[in-house]
Write a protein that binds this ligand. Structure first.
Ligand SMILES: C[S@@+](CC[C@H](N)C(=O)[O-])C[C@H]1O[C@@H](n2cnc3c(N)ncnc32)[C@H](O)[C@@H]1O
Length: 213
């Protein structure tokens, strides 16, 4: 796979009115590019932060089986209306992923919740604490430690992340998440996505690619 791709930052579907102003989806084409490269029809695909179900809907459209976990019940309810197999989207917490009885996974792809280094709340747990960013990174390691045994040998896990340019300073989110997940999966490298417009303060993002040991 090439390590620099140019893509349009556009979605093929409109988010329902209920969610206007909170567009967090990644473009379907980004998921399709990785599914074409790393999977075949019939593959089992997991998104631990499933959001509005983009990974799962693209997987189903490409004849793969999509499984996901999402904490926000409104998003779960909405995404389930888009899915052929709605029960494969679990209303739950990725930190509990090992407990959901998921099948062996051929490929894992997500865009996780982003957090700036100076935010007071760990966005993965909702917990307020002085070291919230450190706790967030620790949760990443724990979540992927839970995913690792589910992955078939050699299966890839991809996370789309960006560094965050904020007035209070730039958060090296992409580097920090890479280090956190690399404690439990093998880091293979990054695919840089050059977007046709700015998103998250940049016109590019990183798809971090890991492999199950
Ligand atoms: C960037 S969004 C994912 C969007 C998704 N890729 C899409 O295109 O629809 C991240 C999602 O992670 C969810 N989330 C946050 N903490 C979580 C947790 N502990 N377990 C599972 N999901 C969580 C958020 O509610 C949010 O919907």
């Amino acid at each position: 796979m090439r390590t620099f791709l140019r893509l349009k930052h556009q979605r093929h579907t409109r988010l329902s009115d209920e969610f206007q102003g909170e567009e967090l989806r990644y473009p379907e084409e980004l998921v399709a590019v990785f599914l074409r490269h790393y999977t075949r029809p019939g593959a089992i695909v997991l998104d631990p932060f499933a959001g509005y179900g983009t990974t799962l809907t693209v997987a189903e459209a490409m004849d793969r089986a999509g499984y996901g976990v999402e904490t926000d019940l409104r998003r779960v309810r909405y995404a389930r209306t888009l899915l052929r197999h709605p029960t494969r989207l679990i209303h739950g917490d990725a930190r509990e992923i090992a407990t959901y009885g998921l099948p062996p996974i051929d490929f894992c792809m997500t865009s996780p919740p982003f957090m700036a280094h100076n935010e007071p709340e760990n966005v993965l747990s909702g917990e307020q604490r002085p070291d919230a960013y450190a706790a967030y990174l620790h949760d990443f390691t724990a979540i992927y430690a839970g995913i690792a045994p589910l992955l078939r040998p050699g299966a890839r896990a991809v996370l789309e992340v960006s560094n965050l340019k904020e007035p209070g300073g730039t958060t090296m989110l992409a580097w920090d998440v890479a280090r956190a997940v690399a404690q439990v999966l093998v880091f293979e490298g990054e695919v840089v996505i050059g977007w046709d417009q700015y998103a998250y303060g940049y016109d590019h993002s990183y798809c971090l690619v890991f492999r199950a040991p």
